[in-house]
Design a protein around this ligand. Structure first.
Ligand code: HEM
Length: 269
């Protein structure tokens, strides 16, 4: 096709404009990850909890590079997890708090997806404790309490927690958390595969009804989310049983009139 000179110049200018826009968009990690189907890298590390001596392999979001909030997930698995699919793990969640309100929530998707997956949420409460709730989403809407057949034996026992001006941390034993089923949809995180596909999400806003995990209402994750592949090399630990026995921390919530006390948070909560 033969275009008059003016049209050719205009076409070149339009092409340059779109190229520039495209380049700008691909520099934005949020756009890149959704267009390319990739999430920002998580940085793998190691962390030993000074109070308990628990050794974790950790994965951290990089707030400076992707704009998401500071988030770290740590994992320790039973000694035989490489040869027999583990049914439990010891986890660490260290997440960002909104100051000065001291609000937020963060969570893990045990199969990497938000939908039809076992979601564990954790959030600071009363400036001195971290509450948890297992959730299940059938779509990209606020997830409801997990109510699958195995919900009664899907349990968090807390080992330790803290809340300060910049963040909050929970170290917990998660029993029955590596397989799930609800309404005919099932899945599992198989440790014998040598890697787990995981998801994370966090928000600055406090959940509604924050004092009562079973009645907690959650909003969108406005402080980062993503998926990553976690290599399990070195994550199984021979001290696992010893560390799991430390999961005795009492958790106080406000579900009943006054304060109810529980040592564990079962999936119904
Ligand atoms: C009101 C509550 C929530 C809403 C409306 C919501 C909405 C969404 C939407 C729309 C996406 C897709 C975003 C995109 O691809 O650009 C998404 C992704 C994701 N969400 Fe949520 N979410 C909520 C709560 C949660 C919770 C509580 C968790 C975990 C504890 C979670 C974990 C994830 C993860 C891991 C992803 C990335 C993987 C995927 O797309 O499935 N979300 N969410």
């Amino acid at each position: 096709m033969h275009l008059p000179r003016g049209s050719a110049v205009a076409a070149t200018v339009v092409a340059m404009f779109f190229t520039t826009v495209q380049l700008e968009l691909t520099r934005d990690p949020k756009v890149t990850r959704h267009c390319a189907g990739q999430d920002p890298e998580m940085t793998q590390g190691a962390y030993t909890d000074p109070a308990t001596g628990i050794d974790f392999t950790t994965w951290s979001a990089n707030p400076d590079s992707d704009g998401d909030g500071a988030f770290t997930f740590g994992l320790a698995l039973p000694e035989d997890a490489a040869t027999r699919d583990a049914t439990e793990y010891i986890g660490l969640l260290r997440c960002q708090i909104k100051s000065p309100d001291h609000t937020g929530w963060c969570g893990i998707a045990h199969g990497g997806s938000m939908v039809q997956d076992l979601l564990l949420m954790a959030w600071p409460y009363n400036n001195d404790s971290v509450l948890t709730s297992f959730r299940w989403a059938t779509d990209y809407f606020p997830p409801d309490p997990y109510a699958g057949a195995g919900a009664g034996s899907t349990v968090v026992d807390q080992i330790s927690s803290w809340v300060n001006d910049t963040g909050y941390e929970l170290i917990y034993r998660c029993r029955g958390c590596l397989s799930w089923e609800q309404d005919g949809e099932e899945g599992a995180a198989n440790t014998t595969a040598g890697r787990l596909f995981l998801g994370h999400a966090q928000s600055f806003d406090a959940p509604g009804n924050a004092g009562c995990p079973a009645e907690m209402v959650v909003g969108f994750h406005d402080n980062g989310y993503g998926q990553w592949m976690a290599s399990l090399e070195g994550v199984a630990r021979e001290e696992y049983e010893e560390w799991a026995a430390l999961a005795t921390q009492t958790v106080v919530d406000d579900c009943a009139a006054g304060a109810a006390t529980a040592t564990v948070t079962a999936a119904a909560g």
